[in-house]
Design a protein around this ligand. Structure first.
Ligand code: SF4
Length: 699
């Protein structure tokens, strides 16, 4: 039973799960939250919600919540519960001691895409102005960092180009490497509505996702490609568009660099990129591919939506650029109903990236080498900023194993469960001398921590999240932090504990609104954002500034953020992960609707229908060849490791492909995955692992 009383007041806030960013009324009875009601004026969801958001408060009072700080000298010692002052003093002394012994760059931070913009801004500021280095990275590293690179290169900024509403003017919905029904349910409903109205669908995915069933059979084009061949398929689509003269030449001439286009056109026109030439490699039927290319180029307004099935590859950034090329080729940019849209998995991936969480970029995607931008922040923060980019998460772990990286403050992120190559992550964490975990629960990473700082849920804080359409939504305090402090306050307390010991001026933020004032003062795309505006408008899409005081639903309308759109050559390079006799199948991964990422919150929400175990989807032919029946335990083994799951036999996956989710820690899907990563951003290649499946007696 979820409802436990009659509400007598409500607070409007934003769901803390996926990048749709649904608005809810948290209805309260006194201090008790009794239910979450989708808010009809919420511009991202317009009164709709999914099951996750509806019950998103269940975990806030879970008995696993840790509400008091804990410390220990060694990770094999039991935790010692202490007061906040002692914990922060312990953490500050350790981190400063490490810098004294091993140098300024021996410590770093990981920010969380689940935290607010204001909190994320403070964590990167902690690294840059208190630690004195750029060792700040975010969990977007393992999901959408290729979006940052790919859209930055081609369009000039790393963000979705259109608002959710404009799907209503889309004639061709083109989904690649995403499963909106499970990952972004409320927006998927809007896509399905549009499909029912007659829009056509292109899906490029190794698995027949639910959306394919939502379109009329003749309107749905599903191209089930072999995992790891996105670039080849996208280039083959471009080959058809260019060689058959389907491109929008007026758009290309007026909006893009013509010389670069000509080089690109010559590249894609090469016969080796034809659908027929690439079919053996990609597994995609050439006629189906040609039909999809014709539909996208000539079927009216086309909108591309993509997810981690694009980014989490060794060529993730290349595919993002290939997608941008397709949109520029066909003029599908800069007006309602068209665009390129990364579907952000977590609530605030967009915001975490906007806020300068990357080791090479200050807030607003400005490189740390940019002296003018550095000087502005230096004047404001009263400290020098390192002009050299810092370490990415995988580099932090590598350096930890090598003995040069010694201390980590990790906020709201369980890297041991969510990052690739679990053994290497564990080795890196074990080699550090001070790991500070700031989280709701004692997660897997906390096994290697020396300091645990209790975190607060989204219900216990004020701030903002930025959703996948760049919409800045308000998060409002529904109840007081159970642990005593909102996360932004904890970061400030840690910063001040270190600053005090160093005899430096302390931070004095009194409310997240003050942090947003600083963000607006330093970040051009946020220049017009303040809490008063958000009260009036409900939400606003960046850029919001003097030029766009009401925000910007559609980007790149008259010109690209970088000026001319840039076509980039997208040469396919096969992943180093190869199938062979020992590991003949390819594993790809995804999620289910009722669970959120590693399940830390959803697994602690009272509703048994949400506790389905992860299973392994396998094609009937592959199951039969291995003597595997529905529901059997199977061993899933790769060159990296092995785990056991129950088999689900289905033709949603093609022969040769298996699929699982990663919501439960006992599944340990990332024990299986490789350490290959995107060439440009180090985003791990979660989506392609050569595996073998065999009958098993269970874990
Ligand atoms: Fe909306 Fe996503 Fe939350 Fe579901 S999980 S309610 S779709 S924001």
């Amino acid at each position: 039973v979820i409802e436990i009383g009659t509400p007598n007041r409500s607070v409007v806030t934003t769901c803390a799960y996926c990048g749709v960013g649904c608005s809810f009324k948290a209805e309260m009875q006194g201090d008790e939250l009794v239910r979450m009601v989708p808010y009809k004026h919420g511009k991202a969801n317009r009164g709709h919600s999914c099951v996750k958001g509806r019950f998103a408060y269940g975990y806030a009072h879970h008995s696993d919540r840790i509400l008091n700080p804990m410390i220990r000298d060694r990770v094999d010692e039991p935790w010692r519960e202490v007061g906040w002052d002692e914990a922060l003093d312990f953490a500050a002394s350790k981190m400063l001691g490490l810098q004294e012994t091993y140098g300024k760059k021996s410590i770093g931070v990981i920010t969380s895409s689940r935290c607010t913009n204001e909190e994320t801004y403070l964590v990167q500021k902690l690294a840059r102005s208190v630690f004195g280095n750029n060792n700040t990275d975010t969990c977007a590293r393992v999901c959408h960092s290729p979006t940052g690179y790919g859209l930055g290169q081609t369009f000039g900024t790393s963000a979705g180009t259109q608002d959710f509403d404009s799907v209503e003017d889309t004639d061709v919905i083109f989904v690649i490497g995403a499963n909106p029904t499970d990952g972004h349910p409320v927006f998927a409903s809007r896509m399905k509505k549009r499909l029912r109205q007659g829009a056509k669908l292109i899906v490029i995915d190794p698995r027949r996702i639910d959306l394919v069933r939502s379109a009329h059979i003749e309107a749905a084009h599903h191209l089930p490609l072999r995992p790891g061949t996105n670039v080849a398929v996208v280039t083959a689509l471009a080959h058809v568009i260019v060689t058959e003269g389907l491109m929008d030449e007026d758009f290309i001439r007026s909006r893009c660099d013509w010389e670069e286009f000509q080089e690109y056109a010559a590249f894609v026109s090469d016969p080796r990129h034809s659908p027929e030439a690439t079919a053996l490699l990609t597994g995609v039927d050439p006629q189906a591919l040609r039909a999809a290319a014709h539909l996208y180029a000539t079927g009216g307004n086309g909108s591309i939506y993509y997810g981690l099935g694009v980014t989490e590859h060794s060529q993730g950034s290349t595919t993002v650029m290939g997608i941008a090329n397709l949109a520029m080729l066909t003029g599908n940019l800069g007006r309602r109903g068209v665009g390129v849209n990364p579907l952000r998995g977590q609530n605030n991936v967009q915001g975490a990236c906007d806020m300068g969480s990357f080791p090479h970029e200050l807030p607003g995607y400005r490189h740390v080498k940019n002296a003018d931008v550095r000087e502005m922040f230096e004047a404001l923060w009263g400290t020098e900023i390192d002009p050299e980019p810092g370490l990415r998460i995988p580099n932090m772990l590598d350096c930890a194993v090598d003995g040069t990286f010694k201390g980590l403050y990790c906020q709201g992120e369980d890297i041991l469960q969510s990052d690739p190559d679990t053994k290497h992550v564990a080795a890196g964490l074990a080699a550090m001398e001070c790991v500070i975990v700031h989280d709701l629960f004692l997660n897997e990473t906390a096994n290697y921590a020396h300091v645990f700082l209790p975190g607060s849920t989204f219900l216990e804080k004020d701030g903002t999240f930025t959703n996948a359409e760049r919409r800045i939504n308000r998060v409002r305090e529904v109840m007081k932090p159970l642990n005593g402090y909102a996360d932004w306050e904890v970061t400030q307390l840690l910063a001040n504990a270190m600053l005090k010991k160093s005899g430096r001026a302390e931070w004095t933020y009194t409310h997240p609104a003050r942090i947003m004032e600083e963000i607006a003062a330093t970040t051009p795309s946020f220049a017009g954002v303040d809490y008063a505006l958000l009260e009036t408008k409900g939400s606003v899409q960046w850029p919001c500034n003097e030029e766009h005081p009401d925000g910007t639903p559609l980007m790149h309308v008259d010109s690209f953020m970088r000026g001319k759109g840039k076509f980039i050559i997208t040469e396919y390079v096969a992943t180093d992960e190869k199938t062979g006799p020992r590991f003949p199948l390819l594993l790809t991964t995804g999620r289910i609707l009722s669970q959120y990422n590693v399940g830390a919150q959803t697994r602690r929400t009272e509703n048994t229908i949400w506790h389905e175990a992860d299973v392994l989807e396998i094609h009937p032919h592959d199951a039969e060849n291995r003597g595997v029946n529905e529901g059997d335990w199977v061993k899933l083994a790769s060159r990296s490791g092995e785990t056991a799951l129950r088999a689900k036999i289905t033709d949603r996956v093609s022969p040769g492909v298996v699929y699982t989710t990663f919501h439960h820690p006992d599944t340990q899907a990332n024990v299986i995955t490789t350490d290959f990563s995107d060439w440009a951003t180090n985003c791990p290649e979660f989506k392609v692992t050569a595996v073998q499946v065999s009958p098993s007696n269970g874990p």
